[in-house]
Design a protein around this ligand. Structure first.
Ligand SMILES: Cc1cc2nc3c(=O)[nH]c(=O)nc-3n(C[C@H](O)[C@H](O)[C@H](O)COP(=O)(O)OP(=O)(O)OC[C@H]3O[C@@H](n4cnc5c(N)ncnc54)[C@H](O)[C@@H]3O)c2cc1C
Length: 397
């Protein structure tokens, strides 16, 4: 099997535009910052949650300090105004050095861009610069115990109190990094006589506000990446209503559009890198890897090449202004299923081939457990397929 050169994949294959100068600059930057980031973990042990979050926070600060966080952001908010293909180059270089997932990711990739689209200048100026300089970390409070796929049925409510303040009551669940975030984007019902999706508004709620209780949830990975969050008579000012009253559904759909495009691009590129690591390990142990597992590795390699070409095309189409469409939903399904197949194979190899385990690059047992959630978060596979069928293909319900 010929090794795929990661440096020459997506942009070269899909667009013929290697963006060499940017790539070289980004590579040099990673060369200067990664020693500091990597020093935050003990190289002799698997990464602990405390180490992981320390690395993610420091990496977010360095991205902000050196201006890379805003690579594709509008110049008027301090960004560089580059496109999604440039972000793709950056993501490839980040994956090449196994950079951590920055703690600012939800703010930079999803919530900030959504505020940019949905809000007036005063709110953009209030909320966007602290996202870019990594002084405020955001989390996303959409899902509730009885409102996940059917988000419009959410029951957290916000009612106008005195002095134009809002009073929020309810419970959210699966709030990723809720225990580390400074601010949460909370969807709450403000209109009670409207159709369910029309009565929702979006609020910026400080996680330190009186009445906010955060309870981390134990996961099968052993970590606590997400939380349940309770809002008991939490009072916020009028500036906390983000966008217009009743615009929460539009806000959520815009945010999900960003999540399934730029945010998933990063994950797809990272997965391509993991496939390379897996293939390299198989090459190193080729005399003892059973042939049926090599066959599976070839199937995964084929999927990885397809995935990378698709990512390049999707980023080009967003740069052309076509916006994220149903292809993004299809791409999310393809990524999440491929991720699970890669993790399944990695675990099987780790368990059956002596010496295969290389926890410093990829801990396959941990990756296997973490991958179970990929067909659920950001919309389950069933929901993605419904969207592809109905909105993308125009098929009847
Ligand atoms: C790791 C992780 C991180 C997350 N982070 C966040 C976060 O930061 N913020 C946040 O708000 N949420 C977060 N979530 C929640 C996530 O968005 C929901 O789990 C997801 O939307 C599914 O909702 P649910 O869990 O309530 O499942 P349900 O909606 O109850 O679905 C249960 C099952 O029924 C199926 N189903 C439901 N409706 C249909 C239908 N109409 N047609 C066909 N099948 C259907 C689903 O596909 C699924 O298999 C996270 C979830 C995970 C796993």
């Amino acid at each position: 099997m010929t090794a795929l050169s990661f440096d020459e994949n997506v942009t070269t294959v899909a667009t013929g535009d290697p963006r060499k100068a940017l790539r070289a600059e980004v590579r040099t930057w990673f060369g200067t910052i990664m020693p500091e980031v990597a020093a935050l973990r003990d190289p002799t042990l698997p990464v602990s949650e405390a180490q992981d979050f320390a690395m993610r926070r420091r990496y977010a600060e360095l991205l902000a300090r050196d201006g890379w966080a805003g690579l594709a952001w509008d110049r008027r908010w301090g960004g560089h105004g580059a496109g999604f293909l440039e972000r793709l180059v950056f993501a490839q270089e980040a994956a090449r050095v196994n950079a951590p997932d920055p703690l600012s990711r939800l703010g930079v990739d999803i919530i900030g861009p959504t505020i940019g689209v949905m809000c007036e200048e005063d709110q953009q100026q209030l909320y966007i610069p602290p996202i870019l300089n990594a002084s405020v970390i955001w989390c996303q409070g959409f899902s509730e115990p009885n409102a996940g796929s059917d988000l419009a049925s959410l029951t957290t409510k916000a009612e106008l109190g005195s002095n134009d303040n809002w009073v929020i009551d309810g419970q959210k669940v699966w709030t990723t990094i809720g225990q580390y975030a400074d601010m949460c984007l909370v969807l709450a019902r403000t209109e009670f006589d409207e159709l369910p999706h029309r009565g929702i508004s979006a609020f910026a709620v400080p996680m330190s506000a009186p009445g906010v209780t955060v309870r981390p949830i134990n996961q099968i990975t052993g970590g606590q990446d997400f939380c349940e969050v309770f809002y008991d008579s939490v009072v916020v000012g009028s500036e906390a209503l983000i966008g217009g009253r009743g615009d929460g559904w539009k806000f959520a759909m815009t945010a999900l559009g960003f999540e399934r495009s730029i945010n998933f691009m990063t994950r797809q590129v990272k997965l391509a890198r993991q496939v390379e690591d897996l293939l390299e390990q198989i090459r190193l142990h080729k005399s003892v890897v059973p042939s049926h597992l090599k066959d599976r590795a070839v199937d995964i390699y084929v999927r990885s090449v397809e995935m990378q070409a698709t990512v390049g095309q999707l980023m080009s189409s967003i740069d052309r202004g076509d916006g994220p469409g149903a292809e993004n939903n299809a791409s999310k399904v393809f990524w999440s299923e491929t991720f699970q197949e890669v993790a399944d194979l990695g675990l099987e190899l780790e368990q059956s081939v002596p010496g295969f385990r290389d926890a410093l690059v990829v801990d396959w047992a941990h990756t296997y457990l973490a991958a179970r959630a990929s067909t659920i978060y950001a919309g389950t596979s069933e929901i993605q397929k419904n969207i592809v069928a109905e909105r993308g293909l125009g098929l009847p319900k």
